[in-house]
Design a protein around this ligand. Structure first.
Ligand code: MD6
Ligand code: FE
Length: 246
């Protein structure tokens, strides 16, 4: 028998990847408990700093005047939920979104590389890029849900034709309280599958899953990791960051 030496770090990652990673559908990958608490702490602190700044969190509204049940800010570029338009400047107060912090982008890059390794391991594909194209984000939408927050079923389809046609993935990170996340082929809650997104989870959907309907039905109070709350004083609720390429 040939013994092939695998460096320990690589071995640990490889094992844990199969335990924590799941390909839910072609192009849709869930990495459970992926972001270490220390990195979650850094993300919360940075989101707080940026969120309290001039281009920070606000409560967006729809065209009919109804408010979304969450607070939002954008990094890199602005996305306006009312007009569904992307811009360099946030239209309601003319502020310029700050750049995406590099430690956020590193987590995105790492999660896509690990997803590729997972896809190659568990699926019969020669080129993992076909199932999940590479993506380097120029926009991050940061949502904060208080414990009665939610988000109706929607598709993410406001990016450029080129980005959508290539199926460039959206990478989503959840931090804080857990949420019930629905996804399916139609805008129909009854026909959707349900998933629990917990603090540190990364969910990715691209390629043939890029246009699935998805939304958040419930935030579960007091489910955030204690270590995270101790180190950040994060308010009850859930932080969600979605990264994408315009
Ligand atoms: C949320 N997420 O999890 C809302 N969109 O709070 C999204 O709307 C989303 O998780 C595209 C891709 C992944 C997502
Ligand atoms: Fe979305």
């Amino acid at each position: 028998m040939n013994k092939i030496w695998v460096p320990k770090e690589q071995c640990d990652v490889a094992n844990s990847l199969e335990e924590t990673g799941q390909v839910l559908r072609p192009g849709m990958v869930l990495l459970k408990n992926y972001i270490p608490i220390s990195e979650q702490v850094n993300i919360v602190k940075k989101c707080r700093e940026l969120g309290l700044g001039p281009s920070g969190f606000y409560r967006p509204g729809y065209k009919d005047g109804a408010k979304l049940r969450l607070f939002m800010m954008c990094l890199g570029l602005d996305w306006d939920p009312q007009t569904r338009a992307y811009a360099q400047i946030r239209p309601h107060d003319n502020v310029v979104p700050p750049d995406i912090p590099s430690h956020f982008s590193s987590v995105v890059a790492r999660s896509l590389e690990d997803s590729h390794r997972l896809i190659k391991k568990v699926m019969d594909v020669t080129d993992a890029d076909d199932m999940l194209p590479k993506m380097s984000p120029d926009l991050c939408i940061v949502n904060f849900y208080t414990t009665n927050g939610r988000l109706g079923l929607h598709q993410d389809r406001d990016e450029t034709d080129d980005s959508l046609r290539k199926g460039l993935p959206v990478v989503s990170m959840s931090i804080g309280d857990s949420a019930e996340f629905l996804y399916g082929n139609q805008r129909d809650v009854e026909k959707a599958d349900s998933l629990m997104l917990e603090s540190g989870d990364v969910l990715i959907f691209g390629a043939e899953s890029r246009h699935i309907f998805h939304g958040v039905t419930n935030i579960f109070p007091r489910t955030a990791p204690h270590g995270l709350l101790e180190k950040t004083g994060l308010l009850p609720g859930r932080l969600n960051l979605t990264f994408r390429k315009y």
